[in-house]
Ligand binder design. Structure first.
Ligand code: SF4
Ligand code: SF4
Length: 442
């Protein structure tokens, strides 16, 4: 039996680009690099309009511990620092850089390999390179590598599940850069003093399982594990349960059960930063769906507009009626293709009208399907009802904050209730109330 967790669903996979090698796309004429692409405080600009920059130049400084610096992904001139469309919804401050197409990097000729440095030096270098979780959450990696005193991490898990339909970037990275990913895992294990490493991969990627297994054949401390194909197999808590049997408590974090989870792409970025001195200036983006002409996996500079990437992927079909950043289950629908690729852009899914259904929600039938499938063992119908009625304290008591917004409940709901939308509203209200309370106490 392949390892897995309780609950979840089996959406159609549609991994159209699994066999498409990662291609580097033509550079754009300009990039728009948001100062906020990560969880935590946005970075603060360190350049002025008119300044010349190179690839890898720092253009934004981290503000506080939960923040990372921002780097230029092209060589050229800073054209503007202003608010620009952002894939998370509202416009946000960003730095626009005109590309001089010289493709000139900062001087890395004196870089010395840091993979064998001390844990503190590694954390510093990972932070300076602007590395965040590339699975979509974009949480600063140096923070994850710095557990508070008293927390011991004995197990590091690399997430190669890639359970969202359509997305195949992690799959390709594992096939094309297995050594670098594994080297990144060894570094993470060393920094945390973890004795055990797992690489969890869904069984719909047998070639990646074979390739990664072959690479760790002689290593006792690292194991590649084939996981059941089920959404959301790649969610942190579900991955930990499937691989170690440990359950992260409600409101808890992976470190509470001695685990740390990183995406395979993040491990690759860590290797690039430490070995080559390269900050995070590009990432793999899967461009797929029924309304794109040449679906594929593309290496894209951060700050490239969606429109440029789509054009490089052959353009969109006339009938395209929805663009999603990320996968179709947890991704974010975009209102314009002028938003830039950010560190958390794992995919761009273009869907034609026949693949997009907007159903009017009906009343809850109390069928219990959402409860049966919720991987967090919540009661989504009740929580949704509480939020609708403004009974937020009850929604909180029923565990709304433990909801990871995976969308499984909405996916199985015969009444097409948009649970995730309601949960976002409920969570925002709780956050607002907590801010107010903190303000009063302060
Ligand atoms: S969105 Fe939240 S409530 Fe719904 S299935 Fe996922 S974790 Fe459970
Ligand atoms: S799946 Fe939908 S209809 Fe069924 S109990 Fe849950 S919210 Fe109600």
């Amino acid at each position: 039996m392949a390892k897995t967790f309780r609950g979840g669903v089996h959406p159609p996979e549609a991994k159209l680009t699994a066999s498409k090698p990662i291609e580097t796309i033509a550079q754009p004429d300009r990039v728009i690099i948001p100062l906020s692409q990560h969880t935590g405080a946005p970075s603060k600009p360190t350049v002025k309009v008119g300044e010349e920059v190179l690839i890898g130049s720092k253009i934004g400084e981290a503000e506080g511990f939960i923040s990372v610096p921002t780097h230029s992904s092209v060589s050229g001139k800073v054209k503007a620092i202003a608010n620009y469309p952002h894939p998370l919804g509202r416009p946000m401050p960003a730095i626009e850089i005109e590309n001089d197409s010289r493709d000139e990097w900062i001087d890395l000729s004196h870089w010395t390999d840091l993979t064998n440095s001390s844990p503190d030096e590694i954390r510093r270098a990972v932070r300076e390179a602007g590395i965040v979780g590339l699975g979509g959450a974009a949480f600063p990696t140096h923070v994850k590598l710095s557990p508070p005193e008293g927390k011991t991490i004995d197990t590091v898990i690399l997430n190669g599940a890639e359970c969202e339909p359509y997305l195949t970037g992690d799959h390709r990275l594992m096939l094309e850069h297995p050594d670098e990913i594994i080297e990144g895992l060894r570094v993470i294990m060393k920094v945390l003093g973890a004795a055990r490493g797992y690489i969890g991969i869904e069984r719909n990627k047998p070639d990646a399982i074979d390739k990664m297994s072959e690479k760790v054949e002689d290593e006792e401390s690292i194991e590649v594990v084939g996981l059941k194909v089920k959404y959301p197999q790649g969610a942190e808590k579900q991955l930990i349960k499937a691989l170690t049997g440990r359950e992260v408590p409600c409101g808890g974090l992976p470190m509470d059960v001695g685990c740390l989870v990183q995406n395979v792409g993040t491990s690759y970025a860590i290797w690039q930063a430490l070995k080559l001195g390269k900050p995070l200036i590009e990432r793999v983006v899967t461009v797929s769906g029924s309304a794109v002409k040449s679906p594929g996996n593309y290496m894209v500079r951060i700050g490239t507009t969606f429109s440029h990437v789509i054009e490089q992927a052959g353009g969109m079909d006339e009938g395209c009626s929805k663009i999603i950043m990320g996968g179709p289950m947890m991704g974010i629908a975009q209102h314009t293709d002028q938003v830039p690729v950010v560190k958390g852009t794992s995919g761009m899914i273009l869907l034609s009208a026949q693949d997009v259904r907007i159903d009017e929600p009906g009343p809850c039938l109390r069928c219990g399907k959402c409860v049966d499938h919720c991987p967090m063992r919540l009661v989504p119908n009740e929580i949704a009802r509480f939020v609708e009625k403004g009974r937020i304290a009850e929604a909180e008591a029923y565990g709304i904050l433990d909801c990871m917004e995976c969308g499984v409940c909405a996916y199985v709901c015969p009444s097409k209730i948009n649970h995730v939308h309601l949960f976002k509203i409920g969570k925002a209200e709780i956050a607002q109330r907590r801010r107010k309370e903190a303000g009063k106490e302060g």
